[in-house]
Design a protein around this ligand. Structure first.
Ligand SMILES: [Zn+2]
Length: 308
């Protein structure tokens, strides 16, 4: 079955000033590499719709959504935190990014595609129920997951996060929701400086020491994620796909390479084939050096769509 490729030109109109690492060029770099490798030939392209307030409010407070809407500037920048700001296009881009996750959910659960890659920005996994932070405004994956649970009636959804930074926003939104198993691996001591609280049956967050590489990453996936996923038996798997743990990405200090992203995607697709007919939805999070970002995302998508 074909896979969906969901993006929108509005996602390149949001920018946070000259030299900011979360830049519009990230999406073009990924799309170019997918084109060069011929992977887009295997994918159905979709323009991401705008997420509605109702959809956003399944993951966020109405106050938060209203705050983002009301603070959207008509010119210049509105600062949210020292590294995060809105320009006149940010609100539209953020609605498209969350809308992509909703559309991916409808396509996969409607049987049109078995997997989807959402090439969107702003990213989402730092956005909490009630707060924008860390380049994120709405938690795209969380909006998609709540749509799967509350609208489509799924009972068990897994959220995987391999961004180098901990997905504090996703943990904040789902920590009391037993319908969601969150499994993450992140670099210890890095933004957003999470407390290590130990694992629960639905929160399996593993901090790796600085300079860990593929060996430590693969051991953590095998030892912590896979058994939890097989026990939980998800009906659908979402991935917060950040590629900033790559060794050439200076936003963090882990040392993954393309082969590690390929390997972890193979493991996740295998879990999805065991439990949920191969249904996987991946949404872009971090990854800031264009060449390794594009190469890593391509290695990931190649496995996701079954072209490996
Ligand atoms: Zn990150």
């Amino acid at each position: 079955m074909l896979a969906a490729y969901i993006t929108h030109p509005d996602c390149t109109r949001h920018e946070m000033g000259p030299g900011h690492p979360e830049c519009p060029e990230r999406l073009g770099a990924i799309q170019d590499q997918l084109l060069i490798k011929g992977l887009l030939d295997y994918m159905l392209p979709y323009d991401a719709p705008l997420a509605t307030d109702e959809q956003l409010c399944r993951a966020h407070s109405a106050l938060h959504v209203r705050g983002i809407v009301d603070n959207a500037p008509s010119e210049g920048y509105h600062p949210v935190d020292p590294d995060t700001s809105m320009n006149p296009h940010t609100l539209q881009a953020a609605r498209r990014a969350a809308g992509a996750a909703v559309q991916a959910t409808d396509l996969v659960l409607g049987g049109k595609v078995s997997s989807a890659f959402c090439a969107v920005r702003p990213p989402g996994h730092h956005a909490e129920h009630d707060a924008a932070m860390g380049f994120c405004f709405f938690n795209n994956v969380a909006v998609g997951i709540r749509h799967a649970l509350d609208v489509h009636g799924l009972q068990r959804v897994a959220l995987i996060d391999f961004d180098v930074h901990h997905g504090n926003g996703s943990e904040n939104i789902f920590k009391d929701d037993d319908r969601v198993l969150m499994c993450s691996i992140y670099e210890r001591g890095l933004y957003p400086f999470p407390e290590e609280t130990g694992h629960t049956t639905t929160m399996v967050n593993v901090g790796l020491p600085t300079r860990s590489g593929g060996k430590e990453f693969r051991e953590a996936v095998t030892r912590h994620w896979i058994p939890a996923l097989d026990e939980f038996k998800p009906e659908l798997i979402y991935i917060s796909a950040g590629f900033d743990a790559h060794r050439e990405d200076d936003m963090g200090n882990l040392a993954l390479v393309e082969a590690d992203y390929e390997w972890v995607t193979q493991q996740l697709v295998a879990v999805a084939q065991r439990h949920c007919q191969g249904r996987v939805i991946s949404c872009l999070e971090g990854g800031y050096v264009l060449s390794p970002l594009a190469r890593s995302a391509t290695a990931h998508v190649k496995v996701l769509i079954g072209a490996d």
